[in-house]
Every structure is written in C-alpha cells, then in structure tokens.
Design a protein around this ligand. Sequence first.
Ligand SMILES: *[C@@H]1O[C@H](CO)[C@@H](O)[C@H](O)[C@H]1NC(C)=O
Length: 143
Amino acid sequence: MRSLLVLLLLAVANAKIFERCEWARTLKANGMDGYYGISLADWVCLTRWESNYNTMAKNTNNDGSTDFGIFQINSYWWCNDYLINSHNGCNMDCSAFLSDNISAAITCAKRVVRDPQGISAWYGWQYNCEGRDLSSYVSGCGV
Ligand SMILES: *[C@@H]1O[C@H](CO)[C@@H](O)[C@H](O)[C@H]1NC(C)=O
C-alpha cells in the first residue's frame, strides 16, 4: 500500500501539462524558434493539437504504433517502445518522451523536422496550423 502511494506520487510528479506561454518560452529556450525555418508559433500550434501541451499524452494508432508525449512522436519511425519493430530514428526509448524533462522530446522533434517532409510529418500541424494566422499561439507570452 505504501509502495503504491509512492508510485502514484512519482507518476504525478513526472507528469506535466504546460501552460501555453510557459511552453512557448521553454521551446524558445531550447532553440526551437526558427529551427529549420519553423516558427515558434508553429511549434506551439503543433503541440496544442497533438497533445494539448501534455507531456504524458500517449495514443495508439491503427497500425499498432504509438505516439508519445507533448510532440506525439511515433514509435514506428522514431523511438523504441519495445512493442513493435521500430526504425528508431532518434535512437531513444519512447518512454523518455513522457517526462516533465522535455530535453529528449525536443532533441527528437528536431531530428524529425530535419527529414525531407519536415513539419508536415505532424497531421496535427497540417490540419490545424498550416497556412493559418498563428499569432494567437504566442500572443502575450513575451517571446
Ligand atoms: C533531462 O534529461 C537529459 C537527458 O535526456 C539530461 O541530460 C538532463 O540532465 C536532464 N535534466 C534534468 C534537470 O534532470
């Protein structure tokens, strides 16, 4: 019982849902503003629609792969979830993307956009952000 409580507390401590401007500033501090020509507003919009800024977001796809974390990084292409055969392009465990320490997720997101399809890899971006006025995503954030 006590160990269960400790586990629950650890799980809570490790989960983080960012507030929009806090996330915008975190992205900027990690070199994402303009990375590969992608604006800060694009990153904020992408993560709004992919995970609602939730580092613990985890969603399984029809093909059996799973999308992990605030960027919803896919286990077939980019990380190892030990459930399916992965190309593991980021050479990381998918579980690393479910942490309130976002450094692994940011490193992998940068790797994803260096591929030819760039930010179009994310349907959440294509459907909700591409070609739109995204100024509201960073407004009032001082970034
Ligand atoms: C966050 O994770 C990275 C590795 O992904 C590590 O190098 C760094 O020390 C961690 N930062 C904190 C504050 O734990």
